[in-house]
Design a protein around this ligand. Structure first.
Ligand code: CP
Length: 316
């Protein structure tokens, strides 16, 4: 494994903006393509002896299972614990837990924390490579990597694309990370479709401004559907989103229905990080543009590639 693979991203994976388009397109995505081929033919020994610990303060299906599968397919092992922060009688400091895990000699610490900044706190004291598997309303950088890979694979490129992110854009970490990553990928335009009360955070807009990526803030998917390459939905029926819509007395629309699909270009794709709600009805799954399950599967291959990139062996 070449030295540059790890040197270019650092020891930990904490936020999307630590990745550059050149590294994604030249290194991570081709490696993920190779991992898709390897995964077809069963286990390999590329991470023989490597050990991953997962520490999750919120539930997960995709992130946890794809990382566990990824390291197993590469010859390593995974173990971990699910913590319910509300059920703890004596709350243990995150930093103390990480220091204890340091003593057990893990190579990777996959952390899903309920508070923004949790991954950064863990990284400050961890001997293992911390991978942010979601920190409150903060970031979900490996979701952004698999999302960008899905776009690259399905549409054929990132440069010049028109992409719409839809939902509660203040609190949704998948769209926060993806917007920050796309700001660095030469896209043509980003559309934020959310209630007025739930806009993207100012730091995200500042990064787009700094990168010279134009963006619009809109309230209705139907305003953008005819003019996008990627429509990225998130859950539209959360308490917060429904409350915002009630407060604003607006008729915003944050879902896919037949009228939206009829507007969408033939070559576009519809993405969703899952789990989904009524915003993406299963009756449309047979539409080839609906990519959410291909997207989830790509997570396995991207996470295999990322674990390789972070491997201590890569330091040479
Ligand atoms: N997309 C995503 O993060 O899914 P999980 O919550 O199941 O990991």
């Amino acid at each position: 494994m070449p030295f540059a693979l790890r040197r270019s991203i650092g020891m930990h994976v904490l936020e999307a903006r630590q990745f550059e388009r050149a590294w994604l397109e030249s290194t991570l995505f081709p490696l993920a393509d190779r991992m898709a081929g390897l995964a077809e033919f069963g286990a390999h020994r590329l991470l023989d002896g490597k050990r991953l610990f997962w520490l999750f303060f919120e539930p997960s299906t995709r992130t946890r299972v794809s990382f566990e599968s990824a390291i197993a397919l590469l010859g390593g092992t995974a173990t971990g614990i699910q913590v319910d922060p509300r059920a703890e009688l004596i709350e243990e400091r995150l930093e103390d837990r990480v220091r204890v895990i340091n003593g057990y000699g893990y190579d990777y610490l996959l952390l899903r924390h309920h508070e923004e900044g949790g991954a950064e706190r863990a990284a400050a004291v961890s001997n293992a490579a911390v991978i942010n598997a979601g920190d409150g309303a903060g970031e979900h950088p490996t979701q952004a990597l698999l999302d960008a890979y899905t776009i690259w694979k399905e549409v054929g490129r990132l440069e010049g694309l028109r992409i719409a992110l839809v939902g509660d854009l203040t609190h949704e970490r998948s769209t926060a990370s993806l917007a920050r990553l796309l700001a660095r990928c030469g896209i043509a335009r980003l559309d934020f479709v959310s209630p007025e009360m739930l806009p993207p955070r100012p730091n995200i807009k500042a990064e787009l401004d700094a990168a010279g990526v134009p963006y619009r803030e809109l309230r209705d998917v139907r305003q953008v559907a005819a003019d996008v390459d990627v429509l990225y939905l998130t859950r539209a029926h959360t308490e917060r989103l429904l409350h915002a819509q009630r407060m604003e007395r607006e008729s915003g629309f944050y879902a896919v229905d037949r009228s939206v699909l009829d507007l969408l270009p033939e070559q576009s794709i519809v993405m969703h990080p899952l789990p989904r709600g009524a915003e993406l009805p299963p009756e449309f799954d047979s539409d080839p543009r609906v990519a959410c399950f291909r997207q989830a599967r790509n997570g396995l291959h991207v996470r295999m590639a990322l674990l390789l990139a972070l491997s201590r062996d890569a330091v040479g």
